[in-house]
Design a protein around this ligand. Structure first.
Ligand code: FAD
Length: 498
């Protein structure tokens, strides 16, 4: 097989984790090459589809101004940014993962979260305060909640734009349409990759390899094999290129599989969305205002506690609940208390929507739903819901819960009785898979004995052990950036040593 390139560090992928790895390796003095299976138009993987929120531990406004450049004095005066301590971050990770996340890896992410965002800024990434998404007015002041004040300007696409601009400035080349298909080995040591470049198998020889080429969410066969029945029918929220190739290559080279392989991040997604992410609509297919309404399946029954917790802590888990429902769809139902509060994503053209002046009319238009049973469900729900007129506020768990229902709604419960009504049909959209490889805090890939495989590093969705069962929003990009940067540094140090 002929040699395409010889470099110090080859990075597989061109998303957030890969770009951070490449920039960090370059910063440490390595000659770096990136390769991506996608074309230049599809560059950036899932990152290019992301909303751009990045969870970060901070002790107050002084930390935030190190990340967000453009806060005005007035915004600072009129906003309660609060504090999201390292302990808060750790508690959220531990709680949503049912205390299974790897403590050392998670601590490493948290400890490095703020400094990594500051580093991203130094690479040209612009952050803004997520006023529209993560703050609401409380006592005349904007109040942030949930550890998510930082969002990348331009979302995930803006992040890719900035990181790739810096990569280009630093002289890092990216070969597109060049999937990695295998790892080169010299005994235990990884010495490069094999790629399919312009229809030909070629070698890229390297002293170190960073795999940052995503999970297996875009591979229907692997989804079925690892996640189970009906996952082959889930919509893919992002790139079509994350087919698990990196995981397969690493496992074949003796890497240790780690984390929650039978679980994935999946949320409520427009029923008739295309099979893969749409580069124009992007995340707007997602439907996240469910805490303000009720959700029913084809039988007309509720099947989740819509107000169980903050939406940011339930949405990644609820997608899979739809796959367990008959017909794999559900309807989100709202009345006039909630309708003015719905997110912008409900106001795009590409929605499957029903409207009715009365619940009966709405029921007749909600395709596939048992109308009589739906009306009984709403009647029982309305009897159980408190009659409070307190305004709905996503930033405060209001404790207004249904009474006496077998399946409660634990917060934001109000009767659904003020027409006209609206309902939106959703299915499950898979974001990324949780199963991955075991790494050290230096992003070295371990083998089954727990020993680092010389020359092999990984970051991003390929890391196992961070997410189990569930996921706190905004953590994927932060984990990817922290371990991407670390992988790049470690790969450069390894390359210097051989
Ligand atoms: C719609 C949507 C919204 C999201 N919003 C947020 C958010 O607001 N905040 C947050 O933290 N997270 C969010 N996420 C999750 C987060 O974006 C991803 O998990 C994260 O970007 C993954 O980064 P990565 O670098 O690991 O992978 P990716 O960004 O997916 O990059 C993987 C790269 O590898 C390439 N590749 C795959 N196979 C090969 C191969 N064999 N050879 C070469 N290249 C290959 C792909 O083409 C791609 O470029 C969102 C995800 C989606 C889909």
């Amino acid at each position: 097989m002929s040699v395409l390139e010889t470099v110090d560090v080859v990075v597989v992928g061109s998303g957030n984790a890969a770009s951070c790895a490449a920039l960090a390796a370059k910063e440490a003095g390595s000659a770096v090459l990136m390769v991506d299976a996608a074309s230049v138009d599809d560059r950036g993987g899932n990152t290019a589809y992301a909303g751009g929120q990045m969870r970060v531990a901070f002790d107050g406004i002084d930390d935030l101004t190190r990340v967000i450049a453009d806060l005005t004095d007035e915004e600072i005066r009129n906003t309660d940014f609060g504090v999201y301590s390292r302990a808060d971050f750790f508690d959220d990770m531990a709680r949503v993962t049912q205390y299974r996340c790897h403590p050392e890896l998670v601590e490493y992410v948290i400890e490095n979260s703020l400094e990594t965002l500051v580093w991203l800024r130094s690479k040209g990434v612009r952050f803004e305060a997520a006023f529209g998404r993560q703050a609401s007015k409380v006592d005349g002041k904007m109040k942030f909640w949930g550890g998510l004040p930082c969002i990348v300007w331009g979302g995930g696409a803006g992040l890719i734009e900035a990181l790739h601009a810096k990569a280009s400035k630093d002289g890092i080349r990216i070969l597109y349409d060049t999937p990695a298909v295998g790892l080169l080995r010299d005994s235990r040591r990884i010495t490069g990759i094999t790629t399919l470049h312009k229809g030909e198998m070629r070698e890229v020889r390297a002293k170190a390899v960073v795999l940052a080429c995503g999970g297996f969410e875009a591979n229907a066969e692997m989804r079925t094999r690892y996640l189970g029945i009906n996952w082959d029918l889930a919509k893919v929220r992002g790139t079509r290129f994350n087919t698990g190739a990196g995981l397969r290559m690493a496992l074949e080279a003796g890497a240790r599989s780690y984390g929650h392989w039978s679980c994935a991040h999946a949320s409520f997604w427009e029923l008739n969305a295309p099979e893969y992410g749409d580069p124009v609509v992007k995340g707007a297919y997602q439907k996240l205002s469910y805490p303000f309404g009720v959700m029913v399946n084809a039988n007309g029954d509720r099947f989740i506690d819509e107000g169980e917790d903050y939406q940011t802590l339930t949405y990644a888990r609820f997608g899979r609940e739809v796959l367990a429902q008959p017909g794999l769809f559900a309807w989100q139902v709202f009345d006039q208390r909630a309708i003015p509060m719905l997110r912008d994503t409900y106001r795009i053209r590409q929605v499957t929507k029903a409207q009715g002046a009365t619940l009966e009319e709405l029921a007749s238009k909600m395709e596939g739903v048992n109308a009589g049973r739906f009306l009984d469900t709403i009647e029982a729900f309305n009897r159980a819901a408190p009659t409070s007129d307190a305004p709905l506020n996503a930033s405060v768990k209001d404790g207004l819960a249904t009474q006496g229902l077998a399946l409660p709604k634990s917060n934001w419960a109000r009767p659904v009785d003020r027409g006209p009504f609206e309902a939106f049909a959703v299915t499950a959209g898979i974001t990324f898979t949780f199963g991955g490889l075991k790494i050290t805090t230096k992003a070295e890939v371990e083998d089954d004995a727990g020993t680092p495989i010389p020359g092999l590093f990984t970051a991003g969705e390929m890391v196992g052990g961070l997410f189990y069962h569930n996921y706190p929003s905004g953590t994927g990009l932060t984990c990817g950036a922290v371990f991407g940067r670390t992988a790049g540094r470690s790969a450069a140090a390894f390359a210097r040593s051989v």
